[in-house]
Ligand binder design. Structure first.
Ligand code: IPE
Ligand code: IPE
Ligand code: MG
Length: 226
């Protein structure tokens, strides 16, 4: 049996470098990156094997960036969600946010909640955007939410208290760096990792297709023997 790419997670990295290479401002890279998000989401929504696509859009560490870049990213995110609502519905995609969105402006939080509600009935692909997401922060919030409970904490209880409750099958990072940058550390315990040099704005459905084909042939043992 070949592996199934049920849950794909992507660290969309390289927007700034892509812009620099063309003598453009970093934010132009983020704009180009948002277009790729649309294409990849559409591709995944048409691939019945893929149930869930989790995309790293803004990390708990990304607040360290210059104020103007952070503000631009917030505006871009709000615009993206508003513009995309019809496509989510058309492609039967359910949107959900993971991460601590309480740090965002009231207006952005409202937009996020609205798109979650309006797409809640969709039963095709689940597109999950990681927004003000950090794996350590997610685990910390999960553990804190369980601290009043009297019984011993089980793996299942931690799992259910996390924002993202599903194991990752295939984790991809674009942009050439080989690190996880605080993304889905718990859920990726047995994920297959693919690091590619392509910068996120240059990433195509063809690239994804090729990675999925390779992933399908990997021998996943989960600590057992084959
Ligand atoms: C990823 O691209 C997008 C976000 C982190 C929001 P970068 O902005 O990190 O691009 P590089 O890595 O600087 O090229
Ligand atoms: C990871 O990329 C975060 C996102 C893609 C949203 P970064 O560019 O922030 O990661 P580092 O700083 O290179 O580890
Ligand atoms: Mg980066």
């Amino acid at each position: 049996m070949m592996n199934q790419a049920n849950h794909i997670a992507i660290i969309m990295d390289g927007n700034g470098r892509w812009a620099k290479l063309q003598d453009k401002k970093r934010v132009k890279g983020h704009e180009a990156g948002a277009k790729v998000v649309k294409e990849i989401t559409k591709y995944c929504s048409n691939n019945k094997e893929i149930q869930r696509l989790t995309l790293y859009a803004f990390s708990t560490e990304n607040w360290k960036r210059p104020r103007l870049e952070v503000e631009f990213l917030m505006k871009l995110l709000e615009k993206y969600l508003k513009d995309e609502l019809p496509s989510y519905l058309e492609n039967n995609v359910k949107f959900e946010a993971i991460g601590d969105i309480r740090a965002f402006s009231k207006s952005l939080q409202k937009t996020i909640k609205n798109v979650e509600e309006k797409t809640a009935h969709c039963d095709g692909l689940i597109q999950s955007l990681a927004l003000n997401y950090g794996s350590q922060d997610e685990i910390l919030r999960a553990v804190n939410s369980l601290k009043e409970c009297d019984e011993n904490i089980t793996l299942e209880m931690i799992n259910n208290a996390l924002d993202c409750k599903r194991d990752v099958d295939l984790l991809i990072r674009t942009g050439g760096d080989k690190r996880l940058s605080n993304f889905l550390l718990w859920q990726s315990a047995y994920a297959e990792l693919f690091f590619i040099d392509t910068l996120w704005p240059d990433f195509t459905c063809k690239n994804l297709e090729k990675i999925i084909q390779k992933f399908k042939k990997v021998e996943r043992r989960f600590g057992g023997l084959k």
